[in-house]
Write a protein that binds this ligand. Structure first.
Ligand code: TXA
Ligand code: MG
Length: 320
């Protein structure tokens, strides 16, 4: 199994040797390797069983470092960087040749982000290369928000998991790009649309599907537990599935459904706090995935604030 620890210098030594390390970020744990080394990048794809047409995010220590890897920084995107980095925002920027095509799947843009987690920021500062890092889960499964989630699933494939505790945001970064002067959100995530629009005005949210060549990773069925997920009105679903004699679990936003075993229910946020719900979403799905039930019943949140991104993940988990 992978060694689990909080030694930045040990992590740095492994990365310098061309191997992979799982790193904590405020969004989710990442599976990191030297972004400038195609051999290390190939190991990332292999370890995750990820198709190589799905490009990776490059993580850097600060905004100044981004210029080493991009040809230009359009003003609208720079404004977002100034407002939200370090933080759960990824920007698509025109790449320089120094970024291997393998990282961007041959696209002309590179996805870049400055994470805010103190452990990974410290790690990036001692490295002289950026880190390519997708979420540290097998392709298609739920992203990890705790070191133990990584250990459970990829522990036999990587030497070291850098433990930075529970992720404070719990949803992947929001991905933003610019096309013909129009700001576009390619993936809803841990930074809300409303926060972005306060800084740059109205943005377009791309309807996400596997047929969208601009963001090949946005497969409809993704972030999914192994157990089927059914979305709808929970009160009705519970009656319906109960009547069918089905063994189900319940993932609710605020309501604690009485009479359901504690091992078969998760309340994302009793007080209705979107941030708390986001933090609990993936660990909640993992918890219920282990409950041994035949179906997970879940409900959408109000379509505001982080509710938009949470609903996006729930719908993908429910899509089969
Ligand atoms: O919060 C996060 O973003 C986490 C942490 C580890 O930073 N990373 C993450 O990476 O979620 P990953 O690989 O699971 O998702 C990256 C997404 C993919 O859907 C990919 O298609 C998209 O970013 N992407 C990467 N480069 C792109 C590009 N040049 N153009 C369009 N989409 C891109
Ligand atoms: Mg992922």
């Amino acid at each position: 199994m992978a060694e689990l620890g909080s030694d930045i210098h040990r992590a740095a030594a492994i990365l310098k040797g061309g191997e992979l390390v799982a790193i904590p970020t405020e969004t989710v744990y990442g599976l990191a390797g030297n972004a400038l080394d195609p051999v290390a990048v190939t190991k990332i794809f292999d370890t995750k069983n990820r198709p190589s047409f799905d490009p990776l995010i490059v993580h850097v220590a600060d905004t100044d470092q981004v210029y080493r890897y991009i040809r230009e920084f359009p003003e609208e995107l720079r404004k977002l960087a100034d407002a939200f980095w370090p933080g759960p925002l990824t920007l698509l920027l025109p790449k320089k040749d120094i970024v291997p095509d393998l990282v961007t799947s041959g696209l002309d843009t590179v996805a870049v982000r400055v994470p805010s987690h103190p452990v990974t920021r410290a790690l990036l500062k001692v490295l002289d290369f950026p880190l390519a890092a997708p979420s540290a889960n097998p392709f298609g499964y739920i992203s990890p928000t705790r070191a133990i989630h990584v250990e459970d699933q990829l522990g036999d494939r990587i030497p070291y998991v850098l433990d930075g505790g529970d992720c404070s945001v719990g949803l992947e970064s929001t991905i933003v790009g610019l096309e013909q002067g129009q700001l576009i959100i390619y993936r809803l995530g841990g930074l809300s649309v409303s926060a972005i629009e306060e800084v740059v005005g109205p943005v377009l949210i791309l309807p996400q599907s596997s047929s969208n060549p601009k963001s090949p990773g946005m497969l409809k069925s993704h972030y999914a537990p192994r157990t089927p997920v059914v979305l709808g009105d929970l009160d009705e679903l519970i009656v319906q599935f109960g009547r069918q004699g089905e063994d189900f679990a319940v993932l609710s936003f605020t309501k604690d459904y009485q009479g359901i075993d504690d091992r078969k229910k998760v309340v994302l946020s009793p007080e209705g706090d979107f941030g708390e719900a986001a933090r609990n979403l993936f660990s909640g799905m993992r918890f219920l995935d282990k409950a041994g039930v035949s179906v997970i019943l879940a409900e959408e949140l109000p379509e505001k604030n982080l509710g938009k991104a949470i609903n996006d993940r729930l719908r993908r988990a429910a899509a089969r």
